[in-house]
Structures are given as C-alpha cells and as structure tokens.
Ligand binder design. Sequence first.
Ligand code: SF4
Length: 458
Amino acid sequence: MLLRHTPDKVVERTALTINPAKTCQPVGAMYAALGVSKCLPHSHGSQGCCAYHRSALTRHYKEPVMATTSSFTEGASVFGGQANILEAITNIFALYDPEVVAVHTTCLSEVIGDDLSQIINKAVAEGKIPAGKRVVYASTPSFKGSHVTGYSNMVTSLVQNFSENSGKKISQVNIIPSFVEPSDMAEIKHIASEMGVKFVMFPDTTGILNGPMDGKFRMYPKGGATIASIKSAGDSIKTIALGRTGAMAAAKLLDTKCKVPCEILDLPVGVGGTDEYVDLLRKTYGAAVPESLLLERGQLVDVMTDMNQYVSGKRVSLVGDPDTLVGVARFCAENDMKVLHVVSGTAPGPKFERRIRELCGESVVVKTGAQADMFYFHQLLKGERPDLILGNTYCKYIARDMDIPLIRIGFPIYDRVGHSYFPITGYRGGLRLLEKVLDTFMDRQDRDAAEESFELVM
Ligand code: SF4
C-alpha cells in the first residue's frame, strides 16, 4: 500500500538513495571467494556486516555460507582491527584448515584505514600462516560501488596473488564470468567443454552453492577453481571476460601482469551473445562447433520463431546488475521486445549506457548509480507502464502495486528457487528465459481473457 504514494513525477536527486537497487561490496567479494576450492571468506569488520553478507547469500542460494569475521568491537573501531585479524588467522587455520583465507574489508575497516597488506605480512612474519597456505585480501569499501564491484575486486585480487607467467604457454583459455549464478557458470563451462576447449574458469561456484543434499556437511563443498589453475591462468593463450563490470578488471590485469591477451564479451544471454562466445572460443582455440551445440541453438531459434507473435512489441523494464542487464537487454531486443527502462544501482560507466542504446535504441531510459534506486524505477514505471518487469525479488512490491507481471532474474532472489539450478546464459539458458517470458504473458492472457476468448490452444 505504501508504494501507492510513490509520486509519478520524477525528481532527479543527488544525495539520497531510497531502496537501493544493489547491495554492498563484501557480498560480491564473499561470493567470488566461495568459487575458489577450499577457500574461506573472511570479513574484516563487525559481526553484523558478516552476518548480513552471509544471510544475503544464504537466502538467495538456500545453502549454508561459511565465512569468518574479525568481530570488531568498540576497541577495534578506535584503534584498528590488526589484533582482531591476527587472532582470527591463528584460529581459522587451527579450526577450519582452509587452503586460502580471502579477506575482504568493510565500511568500518576502510574508514579506520587498516593496512591489510602490512597486517598480512606481519602474520607471515610471525608464523601465523601455515606452510603452503595463503591469506589474500581485496579492498571492498561499501560506501561506494556495489556487490558487483566487490566481486570484481576479489577476482582481480586472485589474479594479483596467484596468476603467474612461467614463460611457457599452455594451450588453454581463461574464462572469467561476471557475478552470475552457479547454474550459469556451469552452462558457460558446458559450452567450452562441448567444443573440446581446455579452459580455466574462475571463480567457479558450480556445485558449491547449488550442491546436492547427500546428508553430509562439508565445510568446503566439492568444486571451485583450484589455486593451481588460477596460477596457470598466467600461461594461457587468451582470457575471455564475460561481462565488462564484473570480469574485465581481472582479465586486464592478466594481460598487464602475465601478458595474456583478453577479450571482453557481453554476458552470453540469448542467441547473439552466445554465438559470440562460441565463435571466440572457436577462433581462439581452433575448435569446431559440435552437433550438440548446434542442436541447442536450433531449438532456441525454433521456439523464438514459433512464438514470436506472443512477445513481439511487448514493453519491458529491467533493473539489476550491469552485466546481466546487457545480456538480458540483448535477449529482449533479439526477441523483438521493446526495452523501456534499464536501471542499475551499480555505476558501470558510460560504455554501459552506450551498449544498452546500441541494443535497445535511443528511446530507452538508462539510469545508473546510487540514485538509480527502486523508488526511481517505480517512478519511471508509473510514467510509462511496461508489460513486464525483469528484476530481483525487491521488484515484487512494485509489481504488485501496479499489477505488472515480474520475472525474477539477477541478485537477490529470496522468494523463488530455480535460479541456482537453471541458467539464463547459453542457448539452453536462452530457451529457459524465453519459456519464462512466454509463460508469463500467456498466464496474463488467460487471466484477463473474456469467456469467449479463453483459448485452449495458444
Ligand atoms: S554497507 Fe558497510 S556497514 Fe553495511 S553491511 Fe555492508 S560493509 Fe557492513
């Protein structure tokens, strides 16, 4: 009911965020660290931050998320958290025996100005880190950026700390996905595997945040990129970054640090984006496109063709993370849907807006950054009503208020399951997304049909 009072008239704000369309950097850093084999994320800040980050991931994935915290209290807030994290490192290796501890900072430790590099060196000097184990960190101040920035910062830190150029090239391709579901990471790997491409993908949360129930608790679920593979990424022939905002920085660092050239692609959602990914793998690795992928592609194209009349001309509004938005906007455009609004709480820079306009035309309204919040998104929708919203769980209030159907994509999704098991990337993901769009429109059509137009066959 409260949302009924959101005014139609959009007033541009400069200093106030109302219901942000993003979450904070450490959530992404924690997610990226979980995609490394036997890696324990560590939150350098108060217990409350860590509890929030873990619960955000747990509620989205319906899986337990392991992470430790420096547990700042008033003393650490004043004098810094060095003593806390040094004690934490000792306890973590004694109790949980990880291969790697991936530390991310929080607002508080950033404001205090804790020097993690110096603190980790001190831990090494004092023998607190067992032989063969590592502690790495990423700076993730949450008063700027978003969970996507935090993800990118942690992936970049993995390259900084582990990737090495040994001087001997390995015939393999690096694949760095943006902040996407474990199901999407699996799909991205499936395509490369079908083509016979040898690859290193990191991070890789497949099996970690969508693992099976087998009655056993595992502190470190099976899966994740190994440190050896991330190290070898420095010898690969190329890096493919899937998503500019979440994956480009790490790919570029592999280029400057290890002389591995990189290419940045859109997140492969739908036919066009997936074709580009397949084609780049083909050209880079000299791999042929197998019948199995042609079949997947052909099925997607078949449904797109058969059912185009139900989606063509439909008006959609998108809110979420930049790389997902680019992929989904591309999917909408190739299915002849008209994208009205694209809103992201992350600020991905001018290239994002240019890309969205290339895909959707000049009329699309693009708004990014801290004031691109759910309140603003609601106002845009009140000004120009779409037929469909694509966005995360928080859109449900707007969808209900305005009686507009919602398809949940992106992060977080707290009130549905399926996203961690079924992808939206690749040809198979495109088919699933199209099915969801078609089901949504047809359900609406059935709900609103007069008695005489209520059809058995669509
Ligand atoms: S925004 Fe800052 S204070 Fe709040 S949970 Fe995130 S890191 Fe902690």
